[in-house]
Design a protein around this ligand. Structure first.
Ligand code: SF4
Length: 364
């Protein structure tokens, strides 16, 4: 009897959610059709990023790489350029690698079974569940940030959503509610409800279709959920960024493909260990880093940029090349390029801030 009641309540929950979604769902470009490639690209872009920010990137990406073969055949540089500004660049590198694997090992067909799809580069449990449910209607529940927040309130779940075990707790909760007849629609509806109604601050409980099922709401404690672990203080990395010019051309360096910001371009950077160096010491350090003799002209300013595990404070220096080869250590790729060509290269976010400082001096 208890099971029947539980099943009836779950059906009721699913029906209310589906009715709400049919009326409230946003028209987003990746919802025009459910082609697995489009769903996959959109879900990768949407990780850690809001739909409004993703939309122009998705449209540009689809225009250039309308199908998986186009992406697999393209240079990584080009894919990164289209990703520039979205952040979390490992996502783009993995997507590009995965497209090649699909072409080479799966005859260009995106696998529709969980184990094979999950094995592709960059495909974690979330991406696998989202793509397989939305594109292939397979019964895998998703629990992204929006869904975890919604579940935490619905169930008054005490596990902090940023705890390392959060997925182990929230995914089974999402699975309990999953509409197995329409998993793709259901997952999108849960994410949409979390994003539009069960917002991080001031959830719109008055217009919530599943209010009757919400334990946090009935107890009047919605603002206490979800629980979160306090963020640890992140360390600050102090660096120098050397913008080196020689006859109107600027030295740029490509970061190694593996590792943080892999494959992206930047002006040469180096750690400034104690955060304080004399001018001659900076010149020597830059010379050592680049193999060039340089003269430090002026400080352009400071750039601050936040990453997941540290905060960057970077002093940006305009320097002139006085001599030496343009060869950097470590096999990195280096180029001398003109300001007009900056836009052809994919630079990471901190460098976009360097450009703002550099702009007034570019054509001096
Ligand atoms: Fe979220 Fe309020 Fe709906 Fe509960 S009632 S799920 S807190 S919007």
């Amino acid at each position: 009897m208890k099971e029947a009641t539980t099943a009836a309540r779950r059906d009721e929950f699913q029906n209310r959610l589906a009715t709400w979604f049919a009326a409230a769902r946003r028209e987003l470009p990746w919802r025009e059709n459910r082609h697995p490639y489009r769903v996959w690209v959109s879900e990768v872009m949407l990780q850690q990023t809001r739909a409004a920010a993703v939309t122009p990137y998705f449209l540009r990406f689809m225009e250039r790489f309308p199908d998986l073969h186009n992406l697999a055949e393209a240079d990584l540089d080009e894919a990164l350029k289209l990703w520039e500004g979205l952040g979390y660049y490992a996502r783009a590198r993995n997507l590009h690698r995965a497209a090649k694997v699909v072409v080479e090992q799966h005859r260009g067909m995106i696998p529709s079974d969980y184990p094979r799809f999950r094995k592709l580069p960059g495909v974690g449990e979330y991406i696998a569940a989202a793509v397989l449910s939305i594109a292939f209607d397979q019964p895998y529940a998703v629990a992204d940030g929006n869904v975890k927040r919604l579940l935490a309130r619905l169930f008054r779940e005490e596990t902090p959503v940023n705890h390392s075990r959060a997925d182990k707790i929230y995914r089974p909760l999402a699975d309990q509610l999953l509409n197995r007849a329409h998993p793709g629609m259901h997952n999108q509806a849960m994410m949409e409800l979390g994003s539009l109604v069960c917002r991080p601050r001031q959830p719109d409980c008055l217009h919530c279709p599943v209010r009757a099922f919400c334990r946090a709401h009935s107890a009047g404690v919605t603002d206490e959920f979800p629980r979160r672990l306090e963020k640890k203080q992140v360390p600050i990395h102090k660096m120098l960024c050397a913008v080196i010019v020689d006859q109107g051309q600027y030295l740029v360096v490509r970061r190694p493909e593996t590792g943080m910001l892999g494959g992206l371009w930047e002006f040469p950077t180096l750690l400034q260990p104690n955060g304080r160096m004399s001018r001659p010491a900076k010149e020597r350090a830059i010379a050592q880093r680049t193999g060039l003799t340089i003269q430090l002209d002026k400080k352009l300013g400071m750039v601050e940029h936040g990453y997941t595990h540290f905060r960057l404070q970077m002093e940006v220096l305009l320097c002139r090349r006085r001599g030496g080869p343009a060869q950097l250590e470590g096999g990195e790729r280096t180029r001398w390029i003109q300001p007009d060509d900056f836009s052809r290269y994919a630079f990471h976010g901190a460098m976009q801030k360097v450009f703002l400082l550099l702009k007034p001096f570019l054509y001096e």
